[in-house]
Design a protein. Structure first.
Length: 353
């Protein structure tokens, strides 16, 4: 009888890596709650024993010395394991393959068939070619849209002397004269169409149009509709919208005293503290208070958690809006954890409104 080696739909290492990238959704799925400590561990109650107080059962949410993401240990029972063991332990799964199939379900991966190595290799090669073709098509579409957005934004005047400048200076009390340079990412459209998402009604208002940049490319635009007198936002819902894929991009409001782009600053070895806020108004308020810092607005709280620590930043200061609703506080905690994972010893601070 000849034994033919068979392969699983996805290698164990690939499944583990995907689980580790999805650690927070996985912890939610496993009903394991907790705020990470400075080292990046959470300390929930052990769901498999009578555990009245947290403090013995802990899970790594980022790589630690001797612990990979998802690794866990219970000091009370001396039990421990990796992310697969965590799933099996919490879900009460007895077999290794049960954990494997549970993981595929959680990740939304097709279970497929157990295949020969030759079949698996052909499938991988075919999938890789399809992935490359799809990625190229997506990149071309994004580049085309980026070029259109950049052309539109470039054709608009600066906010200097416009209703948009009046909105920031008089309506929001932000002294832009304290900046080393006017915020070049902000431009002005005197008559911008607004479409009400519920009624479909189209109205036209003055609008502050902001470039959202990722790397060297403008990838999205952020619009803020204003009243004709510039003293407040326009009475439309929503008063702010983004077009284009904003993930990983930011509105670069201040380049600090150097005036260098992030790329040029990194090439010259220049690094300054970086303020990162949710909205333009909050971030500009921080920028005029510290004109010696760079200042970037992410556009939303969730987008603050998708930015990467740039080489031009010697330190990062997160600006937290005055929104104390539990869901907003929890969302900011996730943003803070995202930046803590990137800090690697570099200064990271939070300034609360």
């Amino acid at each position: 009888m000849t034994f033919t080696p068979r392969e699983l739909p996805y290698p164990w290492d690939e499944v583990k890596a995907r689980l580790q990238r999805e650690i927070w959704p996985l912890l939610d799925k496993l009903r394991l709650k907790g705020k990470p400590d400075p080292a990046g561990r959470i300390w929930p109650l052990n769901p498999r024993r009578v555990d009245k107080n947290p403090g013995s059962f802990n899970i790594a949410t980022k790589p630690l010395r001797g612990m990979a993401v998802g690794s866990w240990k219970d000091f009370a029972s001396d039990q421990q394991g990796d992310i697969f063991d965590l799933i099996g332990f919490v879900e009460g799964l007895s077999g290794k393959m049960d954990v494997y199939w549970w993981s595929l379900d959680f990740l939304g991966l097709a279970k497929g068939e157990v295949r020969t190595k030759e079949q698996a290799q052909l499938d991988r090669e075919r999938a890789e070619l399809e992935r490359i073709a799809a990625a190229k098509k997506t990149e071309e579409a994004l580049a085309e849209k980026s070029a259109r957005l950049f052309k539109h934004w470039l054709g608009l005047p600066s906010i200097v002397g416009t209703v948009a400048e009046r909105y920031l200076v008089e309506g929001r009390g932000i002294d832009l004269s304290r900046l080393h340079h006017p915020p070049g990412a902000l431009r002005f459209n005197p008559a911008c169409d607004h479409i009400d998402e519920e009624t479909g009604e189209v109205t036209r208002w003055p609008c502050m149009v902001s470039a959202m940049t990722k790397g060297k490319r403008l990838v999205a635009l952020h619009r803020t509709w204003l009243r004709p007198d510039g003293l407040a936002k326009a009475p439309v819902v929503p008063a702010k919208k983004m077009s284009g894929p904003p993930s990983g991009s930011a509105i670069r409001l201040s380049s600090g005293p150097s005036g260098l782009s992030p790329t040029d600053a990194a090439k010259r070895g220049r690094a300054d503290p970086l303020l990162i806020g949710e909205g333009i108004e909050t971030t500009l308020t921080g920028a005029v208070a510290r004109p010696d810092y760079r200042a970037w607005a992410a556009g939303s709280l969730s987008l603050m958690g998708l930015l990467e620590w740039p080489d031009c930043a010697s330190a990062v200061i997160l600006l937290q809006d005055a929104d104390w609703k539990p869901e907003a506080v929890k969302a900011f905690e996730k943003v803070h954890a995202h930046w803590e994972a990137q800090a690697r010893g570099r200064p990271l601070k939070v300034v609360r409104a």
